[in-house]
Design a protein around this ligand. Structure first.
Ligand SMILES: Nc1ncnc2c1ncn2[C@@H]1O[C@H](COP(=O)(O)OP(=O)(O)O)[C@@H](O)[C@H]1O
Ligand SMILES: [Mg+2]
Length: 361
């Protein structure tokens, strides 16, 4: 998969710019606050229809502008796509692919695949289960658009059930409709869980292998799926939801289900989150990100776009060298504040105040 051209108009601090990345490594260099991350954010926006750093998408519109436009042309082995995304204060988000409107964000999923690695992704290893669920959901959505639709339905049903749990206090007669939502959550939840189980098994195999290569084979990294309901077939889930109904009514929220799943990361059997050193956590995060690349390649037959935002300086030489070897076949966008990593083969772009200058390359 190859990005040929990215054009931004009134996107963040870019009034207008055209970015023409090449195959291989594209080094994006600039001082702080010049627009490096903004450029990667625009690519991410084209893959997922949202920002990786804010849920308030209108923040991406340049100050004082009525709307932001992002245009991206990419090539896959057998197809090519022209994406057009428009964000407007008045009309919200509009997406077109090859001239056709995509009314549902799910239709965007998987058209372009990307893996982003930024320092905050250490949270996959360090933070609570919600971060790892988010990771699972993103990866599964971009390789299986059907998963994204299931997830949307599940989250909608969950919201409805939670609203109902609150309403029953004042309207006890509404309790009669709870089984409908239990049924929905059980059916959708068991499907999500099956996807997640298969994904974690494959991720674990790849991550363990990548980790062994980065760390020199000293420790064993394991990814294990820990579903909130151990036997995750629909009937079991339904029974669990029924049996926790009284508790849910008291707490006015759904306490059990797929939205409470965990994906555990262990190193030689110990939770990295609790016991790993900083170095171990970094290596594990890198191994997982590289496994994402491998997984998408396995699923789609093509390497995704890789974006490395400010991470090179955090890796020691051994990991940097390993990473460089691994990404040779992958179109990669790397940001950096300096040329310390002066890879001779990389195409270089200089960013200053929302303008791209590639004439000095
Ligand atoms: N909506 C916006 N309109 C104009 N400028 C913005 C907007 N959002 C952020 N910026 C500016 O973008 C810059 C940060 O860009 P960023 O890509 O995060 O920097 P870096 O090069 O350090 O990665 C800041 O100067 C910020 O003021
Ligand atoms: Mg940045």
């Amino acid at each position: 998969m190859l990005i040929k051209k990215l054009e931004l108009t009134n996107f963040r601090n870019y009034a207008h710019c055209v970015f023409l990345p090449e195959k291989g490594i594209n080094l994006i260099v600039g001082e702080n606050a010049q627009g490096k991350t903004n450029l990667l954010e625009a690519v991410f926006f084209c893959c997922f229809g949202r920002s990786h750093r804010t849920s308030r998408e209108k923040e991406m519109i340049a100050y004082d502008a009525p709307n932001a436009l992002v245009r991206l042309s990419c090539e896959r082995t057998e197809t090519a796509h022209d994406l057009f995304l428009r964000l407007s204060h008045v009309e919200g988000r509009r997406i077109k692919c090859d001239g056709q409107p995509l009314p549902r964000i799910g239709e965007l999923m998987g058209l372009i695949n990307c893996v982003l690695f930024a320092p905050e992704h250490l949270s996959i290893v360090k933070d609570g289960p919600a971060e790892r669920r988010r990771f699972l959901d993103m990866e599964l959505s971009q390789t299986h658009p059907a998963y994204f639709f299931l997830l949307q339905q599940y989250m909608r049903a969950l919201r409805q059930r939670n609203i109902l749990l609150k309403s029953i206090r004042e309207h006890p007669e509404m309790k009669a409709t709870l089984p409908v939502w239990n049924e929905q959550l059980a059916s959708l939840g068991s499907k999500l869980m099956r996807y997640r189980e298969a994904f974690c098994a494959r991720l674990s195999r790849l991550a363990s292998q990548n980790h062994r290569e980065i760390s020199g084979g000293r420790e064993d990294l394991l990814v294990s799926y820990r579903p909130d309901c151990p036997a995750f077939d629909q009937d079991e889930l339904f029974k669990i939801l029924e049996s926790t109904q009284a508790e849910d009514l008291r707490r006015m929220t759904t306490t059990r289900g797929a939205h409470r799943d965990e994906m555990a990361l262990t190193l030689d059997g110990r939770e990295i989150r609790a016991f790993g050193s900083q170095g171990q956590q970094r290596t594990a995060a890198l191994a997982i990100k590289l496994s994402e690349l491998d997984l998408i390649r396995e699923e789609t037959g093509e390497w995704p776009i890789l974006m490395l935002d400010d991470v090179m300086s955090e890796l020691d030489e051994r990991r940097q060298t390993y990473l460089l070897e691994r990404i040779l076949p992958v179109q990669t966008l790397v940001t950096s504040t300096s040329f310390a990593q002066s890879w001779p083969s990389a195409r270089k772009f200089f960013i200053k105040g929302g303008a791209i200058d590639d004439s000095r390359a």
